[in-house]
Design a protein around this ligand. Sequence first.
Ligand code: GLA
Length: 376
Amino acid sequence: MTETVSASSATGSAPFVVRTPGRVNLIGEHTDYNDGFVLPMAIDRGLRLTVRPRTDRRAVFRSEREAAAAVFDLDAPLVPAGTWSDYPAGVLLGFLERGWRIPGFEAVVSGDLPSGAGLSSSAALEVATATVVETLCARTLPLDAKALLCQRAENLFAGVPCGIMDQFAVTCGRAGHALLLDCRNRGLRHVPLDDPSICVLVIDSGVKHSLGDGEYATRRGQCASAATLLGCATLRDVTPAIWRARAATLPDLERRRAAHVLAENDRTLAFVAAVEAADWPRAGRLMRESHESLARDYEVSCSEMELLVSAAAALPGVHGCRMTGGGFGGCAVALVAAAGADTVMAALRRSYRDATGIEAEMFLTRAAAGPTVSAT
Ligand code: GLA
């Protein structure tokens, strides 16, 4: 992968603004770290970094949501602090390790992306930081290298063992398109998703169970062990013939985890075909099956999410609804008929409140572009 030097020096030493989207995953859940398929889309909510170059060698991040600024000396070793600042710091380190000389700057972080709701606010911050560095250095990384650098920052510096979906979705988003990513070879296909009769609705369950933190790594481990027991390097290598011959030999837990991943890969490709055929009832059924599999076999749902998804599924105009992201709370995503979407939202808000006492935040969104840079 070669790095390119851009023709202009972008904004030179003038202030500038970087915007990055959040993402929602339509289908293909817990498949990315199994070399499988995912279908996220970048959304029209995200982060905004207002950047001013500094004359010294410090990188300063201020966030509207955090009291203390994060200050990094670009000539001193960067070490994890165990706070939100690890996301940008890990990205800075990634560029420094590549030999980039990053000039000092100050970035003010704002935006309309809820953090901790499973809409990839951390990936949005990482990719925004990478875009700031590219702009200041007047060079760019290829998109896949940029996404991987950000994922590595999250894995190694922030200590979150995530897969590659979020950073790719944020980096490679295209307006009006979802992204079909083959996580094995990182092949990317932009799938048009701009039918005006359909809306994507994101619903925040308002819960985040801390249990989820360790469980993500546990699921990864269970998938790796299932693949090994099946004699394969990854679950992507498990053919239908291997599965038929050996599934029954797996311990119950490994069998259920693997069953989810194998079926979810198939569902993701079938969902793309349904979207391309504008067959929304079929797309909706696949979302429901995905959710049931995540709840039953992968065990990453929670009681509030079950109430939310079943309340949504019962409403006329909702083609399909499922949990999205890592699980244990966070958000659900639904495909909803555009006509009557407001009625759906009001009814869902009411029934979820009646069932749980929680006021669910929700918004309609559209598939958006990746990072943009503009003058302030
Ligand atoms: C989180 C991770 C992703 C992916 C999803 C589950 O969002 O960051 O890499 O594994 O969970 O699909």
